[in-house]
Design a protein around this ligand. Structure first.
Ligand SMILES: [Mg+2]
Length: 431
């Protein structure tokens, strides 16, 4: 029964900014913006003082500068934020048997069953104090009967807050809130609901199921449940969190290093696209190779949270270089990204230029429409055919008489990546 559940949602207050403030006390109480500089990039995070000016994450830095000219812009350091994130997770690991790391600065804790031994509220507030004392970073929490309500509670009481909403209080607590307070309501859904005149959770909760399904499909039904304070999704233990990976067995064993590097780049490109599609970040990359004698070796590296190809491709190449120590043919190569958490805006932290951030978003949009291989980095594309003078032979169906099959093949090869043409089989790993 939902009413017997006790779920805590813990969330750091303005996490990136807090890490900066911990380092430099002169920033206390000032409007601080992380991500980009005053005229480039996008806001990855901002202090509560900056939020008072209407600044929010994902906003172009230029707009933020206009809203608050005195704001202090910091480039941000994902390395440090990732370390701080691990500090917090470590404290929670030592104190709690069952928790889920939901994002770089959020954890869900399932206290169900333990409430008989500890008062949940007492336990949660002690844990919160421990985190504040040991890390010097501010944190808030909400305690309620499921993940969704607990998160809404946290959002209502932060910054520097804590609150419990018990089972009988859930509906009265949710009812007067605006619909966009429900986690997972995107801009499009919010607009649709607004057009229908649905502004408060109370109104949303009363919409008949079939109407909701007609307007928003399956997503609508899940929203309806949330509006009614129902959420059956479990707290997924940290260690069991999914990873994504892919591996490739070659048709013919190979020792061609530049080919291996290109294959790795292609595999990482595909995986990071998937990561960004799921709005996830990874903190660990693993590369596996298998020699022709079936000897298999693996190397792993902890990395700052990221979802960017360029960074992960370099890491994958580093690991491959360390791994490939024998001059022996290879039969398999694999990459895995693990320690996944939710998060998307943070990807901008590696890229100070707005253009590059926009480029990534545009490339992902093309891939969503035309498939993951429709846009790729030049380094993983097969070089085009050349004539005897080393000039690229351009494909022109009117001038060149190719038979239909050849023509089709040429057309395809222009967009197909190196990876697919040279491998025997590719397996997707999930788990
Ligand atoms: Mg937070």
């Amino acid at each position: 029964m939902q009413k017997d559940k006790h779920i805590i949602h813990m969330d750091q207050d303005a996490f990136f900014v807090s890490v900066e403030v911990r380092k430099n006390s002169e920033l206390i109480g000032k409007p601080v913006i992380i991500g980009g500089s005053s005229d480039r990039g996008v806001v990855a995070s901002c202090s509560y003082e900056a939020r008072k000016f209407g600044i929010h994450s994902a906003m172009p830095a230029r707009t933020a500068k206009m809203l608050c000219p005195q704001a202090i812009f910091l480039k941000g350091n994902m390395d440090e934020y990732s370390k701080a994130s691990h500090e917090i997770t470590e404290i929670i690991t030592q104190n709690v048997p069952l928790f889920e790391k939901a994002s770089i600065d959020e954890h869900y804790i399932d206290m169900t069953g333990m409430d008989r031994f500890f008062g949940c509220m007492k336990f949660a507030s002690e844990l919160r104090q421990t985190i504040i004392k040991e890390t010097g970073l501010p944190i808030s929490f909400g305690l309620s009967v499921n993940k969704t309500v607990a998160k809404v509670v946290t959002n209502e009481c932060k910054p520097d807050g804590q609150m419990e909403i018990t089972y009988p209080e859930v509906r009265p607590f949710l009812n007067p809130l605006a619909v966009h307070k429900i986690p997972g309501i995107g801009d499009a859904t919010y607009r649709k609901l607004s057009e229908m005149g649905v502004r408060k959770i109370e109104t949303l909760a009363e919409i008949p199921q079939d109407l909701m399904f007609k307007i928003l499909g399956q997503h609508g039904l899940s929203l309806l449940q949330k509006a009614n304070g129902i959420d059956l999704s479990p707290v997924v233990p940290y260690r069991e969190r999914k990873s994504i990976g892919t591996q490739t067995t070659f048709e013919n064993d190979s020792m061609d290093i530049s080919k291996m590097r290109a294959i790795l780049s292609g595999m990482v490109t595909n995986l990071t696209f998937e990561l960004r599609s799921q709005q996830k970040l990874t903190a660990c990359i693993t590369v596996t190779i298998r020699y022709s004698n079936f000897e298999t070796v693996t190397q792993q590296a902890r990395i700052p949270y990221t979802a960017l190809d360029s960074f992960l491709i370099d890491k994958a190449h580093d690991l491959f270089k360390k791994l490939y120590s024998k001059r022996m043919l290879l039969r398999l190569i694999g990459v895995k990204l693990s320690h996944l958490v939710s998060g998307c805006e943070q990807i901008s932290l590696y890229h100070t230029s707005e253009e590059e951030y926009d480029l990534y978003q545009a490339m992902d949009k093309v891939r969503q429409h035309y498939g993951v291989e429709s846009v790729v980095k030049a380094c993983i594309v097969k070089s085009p055919p050349r004539d005897e003078n080393d000039k690229v032979i351009k494909y022109n169906p009117r001038k060149q008489k190719l038979n239909k099959e050849e023509g089709e093949e040429r057309k395809k090869s222009r967009i197909r990546t190196f990876i697919n043409s040279d491998i025997g089989s590719t397996t997707k790993l999930d788990g």
